[in-house]
Design a binder for this molecule. Structure first.
Ligand code: 0X9
Ligand code: ZN
Length: 482
């Protein structure tokens, strides 16, 4: 409180400070769709439920931007500027060169099941890579369930590269050891594009850890289009900005960007790479949410019931693996955003299964994009389990999948782990990154307080060091994905 008073005083007396973006805690006092419509040009970093059950948001915005919200039934408190911090290498996360090398290594190690494709080109001229995993990955096989899994629309969401890459490695490594995984690979054509926004990702390593967009030169001194506002789903509407400097700038037209057009072109049957993409899973961070359409409108998808059932089950599977809660929710219940990939896929492809997973940490963590590396493995474990269920549910067109056929308490996807097969994904010797804690709360109760944020001085990861709540895995399996 002391800090917020000082900050409020500074804001009052110093117009210069007005221009600098701050992070604000925005608390919903009374539910009103106008609130969810109003976040249009703002950078909503995370969302979480307050003690009253209403959503709270951490939003990065200037004083004048946040003033757009002032007439709404919201409580708005400045938490402080993001501490300036030079990017520093974090060796536990792969950098772009490491990701490229490891994607190539998958094809080298498993040539019969993995093939790397260039699916597009970024603004800075880089190949956008995807790996096809199937029984014959150099061909487009007929009658296979085609599914696309994407990571890193947003540059600062580093965990969103690690998880799909580890999923790819896990599928390939386990093919010869786990009949359930073998069946998934044999029945499907899985496309995994773990690093959609490499230009932005590199920028977060070299210049600005907080960068979200791609690196298009907008020609007005600003850089970057938000790839997840550039798809053709109510493009340019609410929840996106036409101001190039905005963090949610939607670009000049739908699919103006290499990242979004790569996804569109891969899915298009006319390209010959796929016949009929059945499902789409899009990894983001953070807030621990499993989101289903729509996000661009309050309307109800004709398949909302099915999507909601799958999201519920993904959440239960995650909870069963690590004891961490990801809330299933309809995207528009958080805020309206247009031009998103998930809505576009759902609308363009017959209302098929599509989900956005916002991974760890919880939304009240002040700088959750910098997820503690000690949490990477467990985050991968829980999300690989949920993704495998998503794949099966999509391929079999039902949410009713038995994931523990022999009833031994170990999810079938991870059966055999702990016997030496799963070193690359960490089902043995998992680091003690999370602790048993059944209270459902972050261990560090000071998350989200302005004092904690301001006291963070030059470190923006102070609050991310705390363990997430979890329960120990059963059956001796503890998964590390690397
Ligand atoms: O805003 C996005 O593109 C995604 N969230 S993130 O914090 N990772 O940037 C997902 C948006 C989900 N859609 C809606 N809430 N409408
Ligand atoms: Zn994102």
């Amino acid at each position: 409180m002391r800090y917020s008073l000082i900050l409020a005083a500074l804001l009052t007396v110093s117009p210069l400070l007005y221009a600098a973006p701050l992070v604000w805690e925005v608390t919903v006092e009374r539910d009103d769709p106008a609130i969810r419509d109003a976040f249009g040009a703002l950078d909503v970093r995370s969302a979480y439920r307050g003690p009253d059950g209403n959503w709270r948001y951490l939003i990065e915005a200037t004083e004048s931007e946040i003033s757009l919200l002032r007439s709404l039934p919201l409580r708005i408190a400045p938490l402080g500027p993001l501490p300036v911090r030079e990017p520093i290498p974090v060796p536990e996360y792969r950098d772009a060169d490491g990701v490229i090398a490891d994607i190539a290594a998958l094809e080298e190690k498993y040539p019969g099941r993995a093939k790397v494709y260039t699916i597009g080109t970024s603004f800075e001229g880089r190949d956008i890579l995807a790996v096809r995993i199937s029984a014959a990955p150099s061909k487009n096989l007929p009658d296979k369930a085609e599914i696309l899994i994407v990571g890193m629309h947003h540059a600062r969401e580093w965990i969103a590269v690690e998880v799909p890459l580890r999923l790819a490695g896990f599928l390939l490594e386990q093919y010869d050891h786990n009949p359930r995984i073998r069946a998934i690979v044999d029945d499907c054509e899985l496309w995994i594009a773990p690093m959609l926004n490499e230009d932005g990702f590199r920028y977060t390593w070299s210049e600005n850890r907080n960068w979200r967009k791609n690196r298009r030169d907008n020609g007005d001194g600003s850089f970057g289009v938000d790839p997840n506002r550039n798809y053709d789903a109510s493009w340019g509407g609410k929840g996106a900005s036409k101001t190039p400097s905005s963090d949610v700038y939607c670009g000049t037209e739908p699919f103006s960007e290499g990242e979004s057009s790569a996804v569109r072109d891969l899915i298009d049957p006319a390209g010959g790479m796929v016949d009929d993409m059945l499902g789409f899973l899009d990894f983001h961070s953070y807030s621990q949410l499993i989101l289903y359409p729509y996000g661009n409108t309050y309307e109800v998808s004709p398949r909302e019931k099915e999507l909601s059932a799958i999201a519920d089950r993904m959440s239960a599977i995650i909870d069963g693996e690590t004891g961490v809660y990801y809330e299933p929710a309809k995207s528009s219940s958080l805020y309206i955003a247009t031009g998103g990939s998930s809505d576009w896929f759902h609308l363009a492809y017959d209302f098929r299964n599509t989900f956005i997973v916002e991974m760890r940490p919880t939304g009240e963590v002040l700088n959750g994009f910098q997820l503690d590396p000690a949490q990477i493995a467990a985050t991968a474990r829980e999300n690989v389990a949920a993704a495998l269920y998503f794949i099966e549910a999509t391929a079999q067109d039902t949410d009713d999948i038995d994931t523990d056929v022999n009833g031994d308490g170990v999810i079938d996807y991870f059966a055999g782990c702990g016997e030496g097969f799963c070193a690359m994904i960490g089902l043995d010797g998992v680091p003690d990154d999370t602790e048993k804690n059944d209270d459902g709360l972050e261990a560090d109760a000071s998350y989200g307080t302005d004092e904690a944020f301001l006291a963070a001085d030059d470190t923006v990861t102070a609050d991310a060091d705390s363990p997430a709540p979890r329960r120990d895995g059963s059956g001796g399996c503890s998964l590390i994905l690397l």
